[in-house]
Ligand binder design. Structure first.
Ligand SMILES: Nc1ncnc2c1ncn2[C@@H]1O[C@H](COP(=O)(O)OP(=O)(O)OP(=O)(O)O)[C@@H](O)[C@H]1O
Ligand SMILES: O=P(O)(O)OC[C@H]1O[C@H](OP(=O)(O)OP(=O)(O)O)[C@H](O)[C@@H]1O
Ligand SMILES: [Mg+2]
Length: 286
C-alpha cells in the first residue's frame, strides 16, 4: 500500500486533542524527543509531520503532506486548494468582526476607512472587498483584542469560542465571518493515487468520532425481570442478551449515550439489575 505523510500541529490548543485522536484511532506515534519534526507511527506506512497549524493547508496543497489536520479557518486563510475529508467536531470557533463596546460602528457597511487588526488578513480582505467596504488591515500575530485599546485599530477580526476574551476586552461582535472546526484535509492528487490507504485512515478517525458520547453498559438480571429492563434501554439495534448458565439470570450488554447513563443506572437498579458496569468505548465501526 501507499506511504502517507500526515501533517499535524506541533503546538497550540488543537495539538493535544489531535494526539488523543491518533492514539484512540490506534495510530500511535513513536516519539523519541519533544521537539521532533517527523515521527514514525505504529503503521510503517504512516509518517507524521509536526508543523504550525497555519502552515498545514499549504503543505497539504503542495503535496509535502498527503493528509493534514487543522482548522478550516487556516485552510480559508491560506486559500489552500485541498479536499476536506472529515469534520472532527472539536476546535470550534467563530471568526468575527468586533469593535469596542462604545464604538459608533453598527454594521460592516459603516466601517469604511476603519483599521482592522487581525491574524487573518486574507479572509479579512476578501470579506470586506465582497461588501465593497474599504478598510486598512493591520496584521498581528496574537493578542489581537488589545489593538483597539492601544489605539492602533478601530476593530478586530478574531476568533471567539467561549466569548470570554471579547468580554474581558469590552468588545462587541458586529458580524460573523466564518465558523471553523478542526478537519482532516487531503492533497487532491494523493486522494486519487492513495485512495485506499486514505480511506483506511479515515475509517479509523470516523470510528473514534462515532464512539464519542457513547458508553458500553453491562449488567446482570433475573430472567423474569428482563422485559422491564429492556424497556428502559434506548437501544443501538437492541441490547445483546446472554444466558448465565444455571443461574436463572441473563447478562445484558448495550451501547448507550453517556449523558443518559446517570439516570439510567438508578432506573435499572430499581428494576432489578445487578453487577452494572459502564465502560468507555474507544472506537465504533458500524
Ligand atoms: N478560542 C478558540 N477556541 C477554539 N478553537 C480555537 C480557538 N482559538 C483558536 N482555535 C483553533 O485552533 C486552531 C489552531 O490555532 P492557533 O495556531 O492559533 O493555535 P493556538 O492554540 O491558538 O495557539 P497559539 O495562538 O498560541 O499559536 C485554529 O484552527 C483555530 O480555529
Ligand atoms: O472566546 P474565547 O474562548 O475567549 O477564545 C478566544 C481567544 O482564543 C484565541 O486566542 P489564543 O489563545 O489562540 O491566543 P492568541 O490570541 O495569542 O492567538 C483567539 O485568538 C481569541 O483571543
Ligand atoms: Mg491563536
Amino acid at each position: 500500500m501507499a506511504k502517507i505523510r500526515l501533517a499535524i500541529p506541533n503546538k497550540g490548543r488543537i495539538a493535544e486533542p489531535i494526539n488523543d485522536l491518533m492514539d484512540k484511532a490506534g495510530i500511535h506515534i513513536n516519539m523519541t524527543g519533544s521537539r521532533q519534526l517527523i515521527a514514525k507511527t505504529i503503521d510503517p506506512e504512516i509518517e507524521v509531520l509536526f508543523v504550525r497549524p497555519i502552515d498545514i493547508p499549504e503543505y497539504v496543497a503542495k503535496g509535502v503532506a498527503d493528509l493534514g489536520i487543522t482548522g478550516l479557518d487556516m485552510v480559508a486563510e491560506r486559500r489552500a486548494d485541498v479536499a476536506r475529508l472529515l469534520d472532527l467536531k472539536f476546535g470550534s470557533a467563530k471568526l468575527v468582526i468586533a469593535v469596542p463596546q462604545e464604538s459608533p460602528i453598527t454594521s460592516v457597511e459603516t466601517m469604511n476607512g476603519c483599521r482592522i487588526a487581525t491574524e487573518f488578513p486574507s479572509i479579512c480582505k476578501d470579506f470586506f472587498a465582497e461588501r465593497s467596504v474599504e478598510v486598512n488591515i493591520i496584521e498581528v500575530s496574537g493578542a489581537c483584542e488589545a489593538a483597539p485599546h492601544l489605539g492602533i485599530a478601530d476593530g478586530i477580526a478574531d476568533l471567539t469560542s467561549s466569548g470570554t476574551t471579547l468580554e474581558v476586552n469590552k468588545l462587541r461582535i458586529v458580524e460573523e465571518i466564518l465558523a471553523s472546526t478542526t478537519n482532516v484535509i487531503a492533497n487532491k492528487t494523493s486522494l486519487v493515487e492513495k485512495h485506499e490507504k486514505i480511506e483506511e485512515i479515515l475509517l479509523a478517525f470516523e470510528s473514534v468520532i462515532a464512539a464519542k458520547g457513547q458508553c458500553y453498559l453491562m449488567l446482570n438480571v433475573k430472567r423474569e425481570k428482563l422485559e422491564e429492563i429492556k424497556a428502559l434501554i434506548p437501544g443501538l439495534g437492541g441490547p445483546t442478551i446472554m444466558d448465565i448458565a444455571g443461574s436463572g439470570s441473563v447478562a445484558l450488554h448495550a451501547v448507550v449515550s453517556t449523558n443518559k447513563v446517570y439516570q439510567l443506572i438508578n432506573q435499572l437498579k430499581r428494576a432489578g439489575a445487578r453487577d452494572i458496569l459502564v465502560l468507555d468505548i474507544m472506537r465504533m465501526v458500524r
